[in-house]
Design a protein around this ligand. Structure first.
Ligand SMILES: Nc1ncnc2c1ncn2[C@@H]1O[C@H](COP(=O)(O)OP(=O)(O)O)[C@@H](O)[C@H]1O
Ligand SMILES: [Mg+2]
Length: 272
């Protein structure tokens, strides 16, 4: 009698990467106030460990998409599912970051970082989370600043603190709306590299809204190119540059070709 061999199993990491985290189907959004169709027929699947960006001109519907994904805004049609459960409102397994760090000026850096926990679970839970918050401060290079007030932090440091606040509840998904666009170019480049390192170390799954082509290409595994009126995804561009990405890659031909391709897709819009 022949022995039944167990099927060979794929390595765990491959299996984990192939699992969808976010599934967005047939999403549309019409703002009732002005009857404006901000999103039309958006489909998007994001797998565990993937870094996906959306790029498009101002007003094309990027923030609308992110707000619906975050459960902050109801869609007109379609559905958003995270880890098998529909997103119907804000959730602790979704971490968010915006252009402004929005740290409370009367709380210290570490108190700001544990604030989402304080709001959800109370003071004792927030205090208990200080150990984890300290680890995160170390991770972003702010290990010496837990007790400093936001007024004493530079723009880049404040955004590092808001990275910690986004990560403190160990969310399954990170949603970022132009988080580095208020920073000067030099700080932004640096933060892009830092953010890549943090995402790689934590195996993060992320969705980034940006209007910077270079930022999208340097950070992403895939870029969703969006066009306006109505806001829709016109192309899913896969970025196969090896990781970790470096700023030097920006000067390579491969990088330039990707940027040129997306610029052409976006550029047509201005003349339509
Ligand atoms: N609350 C709202 N009510 C009515 N129209 C809105 C609202 N929010 C955004 N819009 C409009 O929807 C479109 C998409 O906006 P938004 O998603 O913020 O674009 P983006 O983030 O790409 O700049 C824009 O034309 C904007 O003016
Ligand atoms: Mg926006």
């Amino acid at each position: 009698m022949s022995k039944v061999e167990p099927l060979p199993r794929e390595p765990q990491t491959t299996v984990a990467r192939s699992l969808p985290v976010y599934e967005i189907e047939r999403l549309s959004k019409t703002y009732a106030r002005n009857n404006l169709t901000a999103l039309s027929d958006v489909y998007l699947t994001i797998h565990k460990g993937e870094f996906v960006s959306v790029i498009g001109s101002s007003g094309c519907g990027k923030s609308t998409l992110l707000k619906i994904m975050a459960g902050l805004l109801p869609p007109t049609t379609g559905r958003v599912v995270l880890d098998g459960r529909p997103v119907l409102g804000p959730r602790p397994d979704i971490g968010m970051m915006f252009q402004q760090a929005t740290l409370l000026p009367w709380k210290t850096t570490i108190e700001n970082i544990v604030l989402p926990i304080e709001i959800r679970e109370g003071r004792a839970a927030a205090k208990a989370a200080h150990v984890r918050a300290m680890d995160l401060l170390e991770l972003v290079g702010l290990g010496e600043f837990p007790n400093v007030y936001p007024g004493e932090l530079s723009g880049g440091m404040a955004q590092r603190a808001s990275i910690c606040r986004m990560l403190v509840a160990d969310p399954a998904m990170l949603l970022l709306d132009e988080p580095f666009s208020a920073l000067d170019e030099f700080t932004r480049d640096f933060m892009n590299m830092e953010f890549q390192r943090i995402c790689m170390e934590r195996g993060a799954t992320a969705f980034l809204v940006t209007h910077s082509l270079e930022e999208a290409v340097i950070l992403s595994d895939r870029i969703q190119v969006m066009k306006a009126r109505p806001g829709r995804i016109v192309e899913d561009v896969r970025i196969n540059l090896r990781r970790p990405r470096t700023l030097e890659m920006i000067n390579t031909q491969e990088f330039g070709e990707i940027v040129a391709h997306i610029r052409e897709l976006l550029g047509k819009e201005a003349h339509e």
